[in-house]
Design a protein around this ligand. Sequence first.
Ligand code: BJ8
Length: 428
Amino acid sequence: MTDTAAPDYHQMWSELGLDLPMHDALLEAVGGMYGSTFMSQSNRPEGMGYLDFVMSEVHGLRIKELHDFRKSGGKVVGTYCLYVPEELIRAAGAWSVGICAGAEWAYDEVEQILPRNTCALIKSMMGFKLGKVCPYLEEADLLIGETTCDGKKKAYEELGKLQNLHVMELPQMKRPKDVAFWRSELVDLIAKLEELTGNKVTAESLSASIKEVNDKRRALQRIAAARKASPAPISGLDSLLAVQVAFYDDVPRFTQSMNALADELEKRVADGVGVAPKDAPRVLITGTPMALPNWKLHQIVENAGGVVVGEEMCTGSRYYEKLVSEDATTLDEMLDDLAAKYLDINCACFTPNTGRIDDVIRMAKDLNADGVIDYALSFCGTYQIEGAGVAKAVQAAELPVLRIETDYSAEDVGQLSTRVEAFLEMVK
Ligand code: BJ8
């Protein structure tokens, strides 16, 4: 991609049925937020230029790529959860995009369908649809939902009235019979994808997509590993952005750009170059995912002088830490591997979910974190309840912990900043 003046995409957005004035307002708001949040950081790695460009074209060039792909007969599949394997979507010849749901939009309309006390992520998911402002949603030939928390599960019933939607039943325990059941859901998904695309998922196509997606995760692992260094070579905000973009960007191009960024970070580590002073408090954040453009907590922590060195969340380590085995040669074996890998993700919808606590403690030690922030969206019962156990385990590991509950509004930024500042003072 070359850095030239952005063309006018209004014709394309209009073809997609977007509400153009509202969409213009959304783009302006997100563009302004991006500028003030990201471009004001000092000493950013040059490799972030790629993500800056991707973000400047988030509803432009990338949507045009999806649009052209569909015009040539390709299919786009939208997903909302980490458990939906993008490998299968790609193996069927379709493109996978993670739908964002990280900003407040059209809440008045949303609250006519969903209770007010629904988590911000679910409200945003419905708000982008009802407000007709998300071109990714409108480009999606199929959406895939999943039975995770009750709120999402019931909201998909409403979303399914508006768009073609397939729901996968996710078990909520991890016994062998649950893995077998999840594998059967993968088989059903393949049938659905084959019907949509007219393509067969074969051992060759699946093996290639497993490798391709693993490569993407490996690039993100390299970035994560560089964050162990002190001073941290990249901010938490920029690292979070890399994972957020990983859900919808072109896979090989993104992987190549993230490997280039990782090369630069490794050089920075060798040269002792960082984005924050060596003694800046290092924070690990754990909890509910931060969908684009939710940068609120990272911005608060880093504005207060801390540096976020890791995210134990779906927009973080849960996305890239584990790979699918590349040893299988038959479709059956690959499905076994996919079922095992995906059911090994530690979401609070599962019971028990002690693997998440183990991950938090391991990551905090590995990253030399000075403290842990447990982050939950308001009305997310599973993460809020699990937060007590996480906090206890972190304290038992002799690390300070701060529990935060918030949403997407800016109303509590002042109050949260005060709490985070006090926490950072205490951890150093
Ligand atoms: S694997 S975390 S992406 S379900 S915040 S909507 S849980 S009430 S998002 Fe999630 Fe998949 Fe789990 Fe990850 Fe419900 Fe909680 Fe809202 Fe949530």
